[in-house]
Design a protein around this ligand. Structure first.
Ligand code: UP5
Ligand code: MG
Length: 217
């Protein structure tokens, strides 16, 4: 009997493990350096980088039926409906072939967060939070010069407002769960990455107890 139950548990756990990738949410204000640091993390730690903003911009370019709606939301600094963003993230996760993801710039509000949890049943391993003063973020965005339609002062101000009102509560939610790893993002790219590396080294060393049949039987 023990063998049968053990086998059943093993199978159940095995499939659960296969379906649940490791996710780190990378959050921070507009221009705090999320994309820049994610590129570094990918090189050193083998994660796949999924920028929700990049996925949405690609969706506009592809000429999808949601394209115009997404474009208008981004121009206004507003948050695109959860179901649209979550579908894009799920598709990218499935197509990647990896099991470790940096999800950059999502969830942006409590509704995003709850919907992602409900749909995917994934809880982040931790949340990397780039803390940067607005004046520094504004300077960076205004000198980025990559042709982003939301990098103009009017839209930037709207993005800051949405970040404070809607996105910071998500960080606060994860703070209550002790999942937030806060980084001073106002330093140079190199200095910020040193701090990021230290966090990933620490998290990788943590032993996550496997959900094994032995703890059940
Ligand atoms: N830079 C970076 N680090 C620096 C440093 N340490 N020192 C000096 N300069 C530094 O960096 C921005 C600029 O600063 C770059 O020029 C860089 O070289 C320099 P970057 O790494 O690009 O910062 P990042 O935080 O990624 O800034 P980004 O503008 O991408 O952040 P947002 O959160 O505003 O943009 P995102 O693409 O995530 O979203 C855009 C819009 O999409 C949102 O406003 C919203 O309308 C929509 N959206 C949703 O609706 N839902 C989502 O889930 C996601 C997005
Ligand atoms: Mg970005």
């Amino acid at each position: 009997m023990g063998t049968v139950l053990g086998a059943a548990n093993k199978e159940a756990n095995g499939s659960a493990l296969e379906k649940k990738p490791t996710v780190v949410f990378v959050l921070g204000g507009p221009g705090s350096g999320k994309g820049t640091q994610c590129a570094n993390i990918v090189e050193h730690f083998g994660y796949t980088h999924l920028s929700a903003g990049d996925l949405l911009r690609a969706e506009i370019k592809s000429g999808s039926e949601n394209g115009t709606m997404i474009q208008n939301m981004i121009k206004e600094g507003k948050i695109v409906p959860s179901e649209v963003t979550i579908k894009l993230l799920q598709k990218a996760i499935q197509e990647s072939g990896n099991d470790k993801f940096l999800i950059d710039g999502f969830p942006r509000n409590e509704e995003n967060r709850a919907a992602f949890e409900n749909v995917t049943k994934i809880e982040p391993k931790f949340v990397l939070f780039f803390d940067c003063p607005e004046e520094e973020m504004e300077r960076r965005l205004l000198s980025r010069n990559q042709g982003r339609e939301d990098d103009n002062i009017e839209t930037i101000r709207k993005r800051f407002k949405v970040f404070l009102e809607s996105s910071l509560p998500v960080v606060e939610h994860y703070e209550t769960k002790e999942k937030v790893r806060k980084i001073d993002a106002a330093k140079t790219v190199e200095e910020v990455f040193e701090a990021v590396k230290a966090i990933f080294a620490l998290e990788n060393d943590k032993v996550t107890p496997p959900v094994s049949s032995s703890s059940i039987l």
